[in-house]
Ligand binder design. Structure first.
Ligand SMILES: [Zn+2]
Ligand SMILES: [Zn+2]
Length: 189
């Protein structure tokens, strides 16, 4: 049998006493939460699940996962060593999902969250937070041959607003939706 010792998933830890008491589902073990996503056994079924798994990947310095879950058109533009260094050097303290808007458009969703970390202040740790509103886009998978996935499956991707891309508003959107940029991901970039 597998050991009963299960580690709480990094994304299920909130360091702040002001956060309302968590429900049981908030105390999921890593093996029942982000691990299957990190290992490619499961796809994120919502933008919130993807956001959580990306936070956990930062905590665990799974840089490839962070890159893999960013919009495919942006992946080559990401600075992998910088992401890795940032993930490694940050003393992560927990995650709080503030709000999840599963449908801000046909294929976009937004998650507002606080990612907590300890910053040094005169030698003593001080709890700080990155408060962000992240946008995710749902894309149909074109490559169905890679795994035992059913065709027509969809995956969520993080739309990174910090990646600079030269886009014209009338070109076909970088997410592959077939819409023009201005009617699709443009407003979120
Ligand atoms: Zn998790
Ligand atoms: Zn788009």
């Amino acid at each position: 049998m597998v050991s009963k010792v299960s580690k709480t998933c990094p994304c299920r830890i909130t360091p702040n006493a002001t956060v309302p008491a968590t429900s049981n589902s908030d105390e999921l073990a890593y093996s029942e939460c982000c691990q299957p996503l990190h290992q490619g056994e499961k796809r994120a079924d919502s933008s919130e699940a993807l956001m959580r798994s990306r936070y956990s990947a930062f905590v665990m310095v799974l840089t490839d996962y962070i890159i893999k879950t960013t919009l495919p058109a942006q992946q080559a533009l990401l600075d992998k060593p910088a992401i890795e260094a940032w993930a490694e050097q940050t003393r992560w303290a927990g995650l709080e999902i503030i709000n999840h808007s599963p449908k801000v458009s046909k294929c976009h969703a937004q998650v507002e969250f606080k990612a907590y970390y300890y910053g040094d202040q005169l030698g003593s740790p001080k709890l700080s937070a990155h408060h962000e509103l992240s946008t995710f886009v749902k894309i149909k998978d074109h490559k169905s041959s890679s795994k035992n996935e059913t065709t027509g499956a969809e995956s969520w991707y993080f739309l990174d607003p910090t990646v600079s891309m030269t886009l014209t508003q009338k070109q076909p959107c970088i997410c592959g939706s077939g819409e023009k940029v201005k009617r699709c991901c443009g407003p979120f970039l």
